[in-house]
Design a protein around this ligand. Sequence first.
Ligand code: HEC
Ligand code: HEC
Length: 302
Amino acid sequence: MNLSPRTRRIATGLACTLLVAAVGFFVLTSARPSNRTLPPHHPDPARGEVLFSVGGCVSCHKASISDGVSGPPAGGVEFPTLVGSFWPGNLTPDVETGLGGWTAEQFVAAMIDGVSPDGRHYFPAFPYPSYRAMPVGDILDLWAHLETLTPVRSPARAPTVPALGLARRGVGLWKRLALEEPGFRRDPRRSDEWNRGAYLSNGPGHCGECHTPRNALMILDPDRAYEGGPHPRGEGLVPGLLNLEKRGRYSDAADLVLALQFGETFGYDRLSSGGMADVQMNLAKLPEDDLLAMAEYLLSLE
Ligand code: HEC
Ligand code: HEC
């Protein structure tokens, strides 16, 4: 081929730019399983069970073979999203199809970094952007609870996301923009109770994943926290949680606790559709003081 020096220069420039872009994309989006050393911790599986309920793990990881949020988190139920469908996996300690072969370090990396044991990014349909507010000790308690479950055989099913491998890399870019520092930042001006409620709601409870609107990059908008908005799975509108008391939705914290414990059976409305029924049934399992702390926090939102 007989190219003029100018064309050759342009072609070389273009090739270099593409190469740099490709390498840049590769570096920026690579996911390495993190090798953090876990702090010494004496795990408390009972506390882990509470966090499992706050976290609503079984809402998405419920078993295709059984009974909704009262069954084991054996996975296999379709979870449709805007980018495709997922079948959230088996969280029981089955060695072949569940988490039985995982180490605690790998579980912590999934919950905080959103990275799989084989070094791939998880989609934020798994709400690790919220879970990463959990201190490692709480995640280890949750892990200890999962280890007490009866192993269930329930093989994984691959998501139907187009160009899955590339899309997972794209998630790596998104995480660079979207993820906040791990851990929970308490507000020193507020009470311990309020801070506990804020932690449970925004960390494991991930209430904002539905109740806070997202910006154009699908990142939860901190300036519009709990204003409500479109449902992440396209199931209508999610109501806001601001000024619940002023708007007469609940008379006080005890009233909101009753609503979260008993929902529709006690005549409280707007707790049944768009995934909220599962959330409410999970919250019903919490000790009352955890619910009271959450209610105190939620009623302070204005
Ligand atoms: C809103 C739905 C949702 C909730 C709630 C949820 N997950 Fe998941 N989870 C997912 C999805 C979707 C994936 C798969 C993500 C992917 O493949 O990129 C996933 C993946 C995982 C994985 C990776 C292994 C696997 O099964 O694919 C672990 C571990 C996990 N979740 C643990 C948890 C725990 C523990 C909780 C509760 C604290 C929880 N999840 C709550 C949706 C959810
Ligand atoms: C999967 C999405 C989703 C998650 C996660 C979620 N909610 Fe909701 N929530 C909804 C939807 C949808 C409704 C409206 C349901 C209806 O109209 O029946 C709702 C309704 C509510 C209401 C009633 C609002 C009113 O006007 O009285 C409260 C209170 C509430 N949620 C609290 C919470 C708390 C606390 C959490 C976290 C522990 C949470 N929600 C997590 C989707 C969600």
